[in-house]
Design a protein around this ligand. Sequence first.
Ligand code: SF4
Length: 132
Amino acid sequence: MSGLDWQADGLCSQVGGDGWFPDKGGATRDAKAVCARCPVRDACLEYALATEQRFGIWGGMSERERRAERGRRAAAAARLARPDMLPRTAQRVAAVAELTAEGMTRAQIAARLGITERAVTYLRQRARDGAA
Ligand code: SF4
């Protein structure tokens, strides 16, 4: 299956409705329940991640959840790409990436981890470099 061929097999196209694009703060549970049974869920999620879809439920995840997933993947890539990285630094890169994906500001992350805001910037850059 390539391109967007998977969309034809998506359960949302059979079920219909606009539950996949709720208004801000709207319910997503029913749409996610359909996604959980969808045979093309993985392809759908990967497409949404690759194309950085900003709105709606894709592959069973909201935009916020997809952002967190991208952060986890970036942190994992950073760990793999930098075997020379000290374990503690790798842990901090992962933590900063996850907290960033959750929407926390630089100051909030610094306070949470007990590090400086400058260190947060540095660790974000390490995550981006590792994921490149
Ligand atoms: S995973 Fe969800 S959004 Fe994606 S095609 Fe299936 S039902 Fe639709």
